[in-house]
Ligand binder design. Structure first.
Ligand code: PHB
Length: 412
């Protein structure tokens, strides 16, 4: 039975109970309304909240290039963190593989990310031989790939593709201008020394092209297998050959060992040593004073003294308690390029055409100086001449302004 009572015939205590009931009903109603609204909202949010973008990071975290992989990762993550962890409104989820700079494991490692983890985008790697494996799989599966270091010329040359981008350099690019620097100094006969794999061969080829074109006479090639760092026999050979200068390609821990060995052999006083800037980038603490005065060419330098670079360096040191190097910059720029693409499509990575178009026309506000991409998706960038002074690869001059890789064999 339902009891209906009018307010007028109620005792004060009954009225209080009624008031209480009314309030409860009201509150209950409000509560229910809120609950329903919340459910509706969360329901629609759940359906609107797109899944995270799956980013596969494949870099060396062990071996001679371990430090390079770490610096790239730090730079990449900094760019994402500066955007609140989201690009185009979408959160990112990271899947990471240590590729050990081991080309024979490249297909298996790339497939862990592409087939197993089903990543939306691949970021990697450092070693040109490993890059070859990644590029092949990216082409076969049409996976978006951003290369944050490896210079493999073919990646933005004969194997160029709409889904393949690079934020670093081609192996030709930083070495080619050093040829003219040396020829202009009257150097005519050079011995080159490099690891015998894609990056070493292409760096020496780029240097040789620039050197001969600018008046150099001969480049005699000496080689050592990657990642071998036993240089004594080669140093003895250089000492007996007595070239005007030596040009080398080494990087990471192997470069640190080479610079120390070259100085210890007493060769710095008799035969000047030059290289692409990988020879001295990221290793100045390790080589201490043995690198003083070394001149190299690269797309980054200490002491650029721009507002952009200073901001980046401050943020990087704060986040990672170490100074950034060229590898950190390339990783950072990989984040900026991905951001440019995803922001243009508001996080909808399935809009592949618009995403690629936005990446292609992005102007990357890089710590190295702003750059744009060539048609083959490789940075058009200034190459700096630098000199080791104290613990810096100090900017000396621009060796080549806005240098674009020739992109030989790229049909795009
Ligand atoms: C490469 O293998 O392409 C490579 C590796 C390390 C560098 C530069 C290029 O510092």
């Amino acid at each position: 039975m339902e009891l209906h009572h009018s307010d007028t015939c109620m005792t004060p205590s009954l009225r209080r109970i009624r008031d209480l009931e009314d309030k409860m009903f009201l509150n209950c109603g409000k509560f229910l309304t809120l609950l329903v609204a919340a459910m509706l909202l969360s329901g629609s949010a759940a359906s609107a909240q797109a899944p995270k973008i799956r980013v596969g990071i494949m870099l060396p975290y062990t071996g001679t290039f371990a430090q390079l992989g770490t610096a790239i990762t730090n730079g990449f993550r900094l760019a994402i963190a500066e955007r609140g962890g989201k690009l185009g409104g979408r959160e990112l989820e990271f899947f990471t593989v240590d590729d050990e700079a081991e080309p024979s494991k490249a297909p298996e490692n790339t497939n862990k990310l592409v087939q197993r983890d089903k990543v939306d985008v691949l970021v990697g790697t450092v070693h040109s031989g490993v890059q070859m494996g990644m590029v092949k799989i990216a082409r076969e599966t049409n996976t978006l790939l951003i290369i944050p270091n490896a210079g493999l010329d073919a990646a933005t040359g004969a194997l160029c593709a709409p889904n393949i981008f690079r934020t670093s350099f081609s192996n030709w690019q930083p070495s080619y201008p050093m040829g003219k620097v040396l020829a202009d100094r009257g150097i005519r006969n050079v011995v080159s020394l490099a690891w015998k794999y894609g990056a070493g061969e292409e760096a020496v080829a780029g240097f040789t092209e620039g050197f001969i074109k600018a008046g150099g006479k001969s480049v005699r090639g000496l080689w050592i297998p990657f990642p071998n760092a036993e240089f004594q026999a080669l140093l003895t050979e250089i000492a007996s050959t007595k070239p005007d200068a030596v040009f080398v390609f080494f990087a990471g821990a192997g470069a640190a060992k080479f610079v120390k060995d070259y100085a210890a052999a007493g060769l710095r006083k008799t035969i000047p040593l030059y290289g692409s800037g990988f020879l001295t980038d990221g290793i100045l603490d390790a080589i201490q004073d043995s690198g003083q005065g070394l001149e190299t060419t690269l797309h980054y330098a200490d002491g650029l003294n721009t507002k952009r670079d200073k901001e980046f360096r401050t943020a990087y040191v704060k986040a990672h308690t170490s100074e950034p190097d060229v590898y950190a910059v390339q990783g950072f720029d990989a984040g900026l390029l991905l951001a440019a693409g995803l922001e243009a499509v508001k996080g909808d990575i399935s809009k592949r055409k618009e995403l690629i178009a936005a990446m292609e026309k992005a102007k990357i506000d890089s710590p190295r100086g702003a750059w744009t991409l060539s048609k083959a998706h490789n940075p058009i960038q200034d190459i700096y001449l630098r000199k080791v002074v104290g613990r810096e690869n100090r900017f000396v001059s621009i060796a080549h302004k806005a240098l674009a890789d020739p992109a030989r064999g790229c049909k795009m």
